[in-house]
Write a protein that binds this ligand. Structure first.
Ligand SMILES: Cc1cc2nc3c(=O)[nH]c(=O)nc-3n(C[C@H](O)[C@H](O)[C@H](O)COP(=O)(O)OP(=O)(O)OC[C@H]3O[C@@H](n4cnc5c(N)ncnc54)[C@H](O)[C@@H]3O)c2cc1C
Length: 452
């Protein structure tokens, strides 16, 4: 019997956010310690990507985070792997970030969606997306977040237009008519013309600006861990809808398992995102490795052969939250600070990256025309551009979770028939595939693979 690996629960759904003082512009006089064009608060995957995109286009930018820089390279900080849509990959490639991730990215060739019950075979009615139905390119890529974070950290070293201030705490903010000024807890002052809130779902900047956050708790947690398995996954991502919520088996590159033995064959690996009732998640996380693997097999079946749990397990409480406005005077919200969605479709970071690419494009175009990138009309353009995409994905992910996270026989029948019907409609299938690839709607230049 294996041992129970360390289990990590990341952040309660509701947390107390330390207050940032709102200050009048008169509180600041004289030159700032760091003066730039754009100040990004929050150097997570979205905030750092935005900072690097802007800096790469020649815009002076400061990215501030309260976590130390070493956290970016610490594998213990984030146990997730993310499905990156084709459009996200194109944006990261064009911005020069993808080169540091490509070797550890697993192409998603097919997606198989089915309805199931614990301990039974999945329904015979299912939906199958094959990348060849929309071209030769993969539908997207699976990349472990630790790989993405390391790639972002590596890019920082080569970027003279970007100042990365971490760890720092923002104590006060003054969003004036012409500029925004930040006072840090260590006494330093940072100023710019545009402030970006990329500080995650519990955004303190959003609160400082008086923007209301709407939210509801799903009462579910996502259990995340990496599995080794007997048979290859062949680039297929599985999403199986179980009564407690979706169970995703997502392909990762084969890899030697630490400590690597030179004569040991590479292990087939996948990442799981297993949605469970919040009260059951701690019990499951406490199981030893062998029992947890059997529970996973009861839910997923044996198509990948025997599975084993590799390394730590993680748990993420799930909720939906969205800001009632995405802009305020000299402030724009991006990523989870603007909207944090259910991971059912693996789209939260993709959505946040589209926020970042759209905002970067508006800032760069404004500066080229000699306009103020933090002016109200520029921010209104950003808000209009991003509103529909965000609203549509919030509605779709919330609706899917409600439709599929229950066990009522008539609802099961209707949704199974729905999956099978879409499977037989090539036009609808192609549309959904292009949507999942992040290639639908008014796309920012970077998402199209064009430079800023
Ligand atoms: C289980 C799970 C699976 C997921 N899978 C996928 C997937 O497959 N594909 C996908 O696209 N998305 C996925 N997502 C969603 C995705 O992980 C998030 O949308 C994304 O990480 C949000 O990034 P962010 O940079 O906006 O916010 P965060 O990652 O929350 O980063 C916020 C940053 O701000 C910093 N910060 C916070 N407050 C302050 C402050 N006051 N001052 C300074 N810094 C501050 C934090 O230290 C952090 O670095 C998943 C989510 C979950 C929960």
């Amino acid at each position: 019997m294996g041992s129970a690996a360390a289990a990590w629960t990341v952040g309660p759904a509701r947390v107390t956010v330390p207050a940032m003082e709102s200050l009048p512009s008169s509180a600041f006089s004289g030159p700032a310690d760091i003066a730039c064009e754009v100040v990004v608060v929050g150097g997570g995957m979205v905030g750092l990507s935005l900072g690097l995109m802007l800096a790469g286009a020649g815009v002076p930018v400061a990215v501030l985070d309260r976590a130390p820089p070493a956290a970016l390279e610490d594998d213990a900080v984030d146990g997730r792997a993310s499905a990156l849509a084709r459009g996200t990959q194109q944006a990261l490639e064009t911005a020069g970030i993808w080169a540091g991730m490509a070797a550890e990215a697993e192409p998603i060739l097919d997606i198989r969606v089915s309805d199931g019950q614990v301990g039974r075979r999945p329904s015979a009615l299912f939906l199958h997306y094959d990348h060849q139905e929309v071209g030769d390119d993969p539908l997207g890529y699976m990349v472990e977040n630790r790989v993405t974070r390391r790639a972002l950290a590596a890019c920082l070293a080569d970027q003279p237009n970007l100042v990365h201030l971490a760890p720092v705490e923002v104590a006060g903010v003054a969003r004036g008519r012409a500029r925004v000024d930040l006072r840090l807890a260590d006494g330093r002052r940072v100023s710019g013309r545009l402030l970006v809130g990329a500080d995650g779902r519990n955004s303190a900047l959003r609160r400082e600006a008086g923007i209301r956050a709407n939210s509801w708790d799903y009462g579910q947690s996502a259990i995340v861990c990496t599995l080794g398995h007997e048979r290859p996954h062949n680039g297929v991502a599985h999403e199986c809808f179980l009564p407690a919520g979706p169970f995703a088996m997502l392909p990762l590159p084969d890899r030697a398992v630490e400590p690597a033995q030179s004569d040991e064959p590479l292990r087939h690996r996948s990442s799981i995102v297993w949605t469970e009732r919040r009260d059951l998640a701690p019990l499951l996380l406490r199981q030893d490795d062998g029992r947890l693997a059997r529970e996973i097999e009861r839910r997923f079946g044996d198509s990948l052969g025997a599975v084993e749990v590799l390394g730590k397990r993680w748990s993420y409480p799930l909720s939906l939250s969205w800001a009632s406005a995405r802009v305020e005077r000299r402030l724009a919200l991006v990523g989870d600070a603007a909207q944090a969605i259910h991971p059912i479709a693996g789209q939260g970071f993709n959505l946040g990256l589209r926020d970042a690419t759209a905002l970067a494009e508006l800032v760069v175009d404004s500066l080229r025309l000699g306009l103020d990138p933090g002016a109200a009309d520029r921010l209104a353009a950003y808000s209009r551009w991003r509103g529909f995409d965000a609203f549509a994905l919030m509605a779709v992910t919330d609706g899917l979770n409600r439709l599929f996270s229950n066990n009522l026989p008539p609802v099961r029948l209707i949704r199974d028939l729905g999956l099978a019907a879409v499977n037989r409609m090539p036009g609808a299938k192609r549309f959904f595939m292009r949507h999942a690839m992040g290639l639908v709607g008014e796309l920012p230049r970077l998402v199209q693979g064009r430079p800023l």
